[in-house]
Every structure is written in C-alpha cells, then in structure tokens.
Design a protein around this ligand. Structure first.
Ligand code: FAD
Length: 459
C-alpha cells in the first residue's frame, strides 16, 4: 500500500508531501551535479579555526571546555583510531587551505577554480564586499578583518556520522533553539506564559495543530485557504500566542537539526564491521518517532527551493570570476536549469505573509530585524561546535538559510525599480549546498521509509 506523508499528523498533507517528493526527485540530479561537478560550488571559504565560542565559559557553570563535547565514547582508547570521534571529526584534504598546485595536477579531470590557479586577477580571489550590509541575515564568514578564512573542499568532507555527541552537543542545540525566544523572553518563561513550550528539551516540538497551520499558511497547498482564516479555535489561540515568524524560525532550526540527524544516520559508521552505510535504528530513534521533525525538513525544502527559484534572473548578471569563461558559462547554465525546474510562483512557499507587522512589544525594532539578528546569533553559536566537520556544515547551512531569507525578502519579483541586492560567493555557494543537503536528506528519508516498509512486510 501507499506509504503516506512522513507527517501523518498533518491530516491532509499527503498530496503536499507527495508533491514535494516529486519535486525533489526532479531537482535532485541538478543540484547534485552543481555541487559535485563544478569547482565554484565544491569549495567553501570560511573562518573555521580562528573564532572562539562567545557564549559560555566555566564561570557560568556551562560547558566551558569545548573539548568536553568530543570523545564521549567510553574508553575511546580501546577503539581503532579511525573510529574515534576526534578522527572522524577531522577535516580531510589540505587543511582548509587553497588547494595547491599539487592537487590540481592530481585531479586533471576536474579543473580547479581559476581563482585558485596562477594567472588570476587578485580581485577575483578576494570577495569584494566584506562588510556586513543591513540586509544580511548571517555573520558573513569573511567578516573578520584579520583573517580571510580558509578554503575547504566540501567534496572531501561530506556531512556524515562523526561521533560528536554528549552534553556539549546538547548545549549547542539548546542555545540555538533558545534564539527562538523572541521578545527577550527565556524559553521557559515563554513556555509557561503560552502553555505551549517551544524548547525542544521538554519533549515538545510544536503541536500538531500548529504544524498544520504553518504548512497551510506559508506553504500554500494548492490554493487552499490559509489556516489563519479557516483554522479551528485551537489553532487561533495558538496563533495569538506565537507569531508566524517565531514558528518559522523554530521550524527552520528543527528542520536543520532533522537534516543533520538524517545525514549522520544515513552515512553511519558501523563500528562492528567498519562499514559506512545507513543505520535504520538511528533513523527510527531520531526521526521516525517524531513526524514533526520530518515535517520541518520538508518545510525547509519548500523555503529554500522557493529562494533558489528566485535566482533564475539574478544569476544572469552574476560574475563568477573563476578565470575560466567556459566553466563559468557552464556553471551559470546549470544554476538556471536547476531554477527552471522549480515552480516560478509562490505555490510551494509564500513568503509574502511574513513580516507584515512591526513587533508589537518592541519599539524601534522591526520583526524582520529581530529575525535577522537571531540568524546572526545562530551563526555565532556555531563557533561553539566542538567538531571541525560539524562546524563546517553547521556554519555553511546557517549561512545558506541566511542567504535564502535574504533572497526571499530582499529580492523583488522582477521589480525593476528596486536595485538588485548582491550575493557574495560564499552566500551563493552556501545556498546551493544547503539545498543539496536538504534534498539528499529527503531522498534518504524516503529510502529509510522504504526499509521500514519492507521490514514490516508491506512491500
Ligand atoms: P541531539 O540530536 O543532540 O538532540 C538533542 C535534543 O534536541 C533531543 O534530545 C531532542 O529533545 C531535541 N531534538 C532532536 N532533534 C530535533 C529536531 N529535529 N527538532 C526539534 N528538536 C529536536 N554529529 C555527526 O555525527 N555529524 C555531524 O555532521 C554533526 N553535525 C552537527 C552540527 C551541529 C551544529 C551540532 C550542534 C551537532 C552536530 N552533530 C553532528 C551532533 C548531532 O547533531 C547530535 O547532537 C549527536 O549525535 C547527539 O545526538 P542526541 O541523540 O543526543 O540528540
């Protein structure tokens, strides 16, 4: 029989999830090739090692020693070094450097970015706009005046199981979710006042009604009326307590968390056999039991797909500046082809319902600014992730969401009267790689669900 929506609690979401699955099946090969077959999208520059975690120290009783987050497996000494968390967390390849000439020779089949080669104008190497402009939702990775950051090969460092776990990871996730305390409330007081806890550690993640409401209001489901107008009393009460933007923020974070969990379960190290592969139990415990987490993953797919669809016109004028015009044209063509696979309108995600009002309790600050500041903070919290590979993907994906929001809310729909905002290279690379991660996670969830179905003898 048909396996219905991953989120069975959203009563009528079958069609919607199926549509998103169909869309994903269509775009997955395009986004995969962009990320694996172009140099532009397979290297990312970020400041991975030079920032310190600004949020906690021994004084306030939190986990001050970031190393406490790593090596939590008991008697780590007893397991072969290749299975140790520290080893698995390490970055591969020339340690976060420009790939050198040696590497270029070793990989003749994939010419490296011109900007990494010799005879390239330096202006193409240094991203021109290092200052944070007011449209940014993220701390630009290249904001530091002292360090330009390092290049990391994304292909050599896939997002997968690293063994990074324990109290330190919970500390980071908790800090990220607490950014959801809009209006300066703590998660706990928020939870008490609304009777609707938002922190993930109290066993809650948004009620079913709320999930359904978000899906209907932001992801327009085939012209169905928005839930704000049609929802039941319970939905209306909840809506009064938590504004749409706050719920969107929560869903983005929870969806990111779900995506990371999916990748680590799908590319897991079996410590008995030493083989990498899917771990169905891991999926069951972290995701299958929590349909709303999977629903948030789909929510992110809709949000990011909508942003990428808006790039179609934008990239026409984008200067790739890799020093290889043929490669540049190919890359541009591939982004356009990807964007053309996505619905051009707001069928899957309608950002226009967001940020309609200023924040009622705060003067002088708009909801949009508040939202933006939260994203900047999430990016800073990522500096507290005590595993290099996890930090790489955490920071890249946060930047990707920041870019998606910038594109959604600052790029007009063919409005020639508005100046077109510009995207930095790091932003474009983060956005496309974020879509690739979400798209791969949705594909992995589909595989896991088939495994469960065959386990249950349904196939
Ligand atoms: P965690 O995943 O740490 O979750 C903590 C609590 O959050 C759960 O108990 C639950 O209450 C709640 N929760 C969990 N998922 C959701 C959700 N989707 N929505 C809402 N609430 C939720 N590990 C790797 O192996 N590879 C990686 O690449 C990797 N990247 C990471 C990146 C970041 C930024 C962070 C903070 C951690 C990363 N980790 C990675 C670690 C991984 O995410 C887990 O923290 C770790 O595996 C421990 O898992 P856990 O079962 O204790 O629960």
């Amino acid at each position: 029989g048909e396996v219905c929506a991953p989120d069975a609690t959203v009563s009528d979401a079958c069609a919607s999830y199926q549509d998103l699955d169909t869309l994903n099946t269509r775009i997955h090969p395009y986004v995969r090739s962009l990320c694996t077959q172009t140099d532009f999208f397979s290297y990312y520059r970020l400041n991975l090692f030079h920032k310190v975690c600004p949020f906690w120290s021994d004084e306030n009783g939190m986990c001050g020693n970031i190393a406490c987050a790593v090596n939590t497996i008991d008697n780590e000494e007893d397991i072969p070094s290749v299975w140790r968390a520290e080893e698995l967390s390490r970055l591969e390849g020339p340690k976060a450097q420009h790939p050198g000439k040696k590497q270029q020779k070793e990989r003749p089949e994939r010419p490296l970015m011109g900007e990494l080669g010799e005879n390239v104008d330096e202006s193409c190497v240094v991203e021109y706009d290092d200052e944070c402009d007011e449209r940014d939702y993220c701390v630009p990775e290249d904001e530091s005046a002292t360090s330009k950051g390092d290049y990391v090969s994304l292909l050599d460092n896939p997002e997968r199981f690293t063994g990074y776990s324990g109290e330190g990871t919970h500390q980071v996730w908790k800090a990220i979710y607490q950014e959801n305390c809009f209006s300066k409330q703590t998660a706990e007081s928020e939870a008490k006042s609304s009777g609707n806890p938002i922190a993930p550690f109290g066993g809650l993640t948004g009620s079913q009604g709320q999930a359904a409401q978000d899906l209907k209001s932001v992801m327009k489901e085939h012209g169905r009326q928005q839930a704000m107008q049609t929802g039941g009393m319970e939905d209306k009460l909840e809506f009064e307590d938590t504004c749409l933007e706050k719920r969107v923020f929560y869903r983005v974070v929870s969806g990111l968390h779900a995506s990371i969990s999916t990748h680590l379960c799908y590319d897991y190290l079996n410590q008995t056999t030493g083989q990498w592969g899917p771990n169905l139990e891991c999926y069951k415990w972290r995701l299958h039991k929590y349909p709303e987490r999977i629903s948030n993953l789909y929510f992110n797919f809709a949000l990011v797909s909508r942003a990428v669809s808006k790039l179609k016109d934008y990239v026409q004028d984008y200067t790739f500046c890799t020093g290889d015009p043929v490669e540049d044209r190919r890359t541009k063509q591939m982004i356009i082809q990807l964007a053309e696979q996505l619905p051009a309108g707001s069928e899957i995600f309608d950002e226009s319902v967001m940020f309609q009002d200023n924040y009622p309790e705060q003067t002088g600050i708009t909801l949009k600014e508040d939202f933006r500041n939260r994203f900047r903070n999430v990016s800073r919290i990522m500096d507290c992730v005590g595993c290099d590979k996890c930090r790489l993907w955490g920071k890249l994906q946060t930047n990707g969401f920041g870019t998606a929001l910038k594109v959604l809310f600052e790029f007009g729909d063919n409005d020639v009267s508005k100046p077109k905002p510009t995207l930095r290279r790091t932003e474009l690379v983060a956005l496309i790689n974020l879509l690739d991660k979400i798209s791969s996670a949705i594909k992995a969830v589909k595989d896991f669900r088939e495994m469960i179905a065959s386990e249950q003898g349904l196939n």
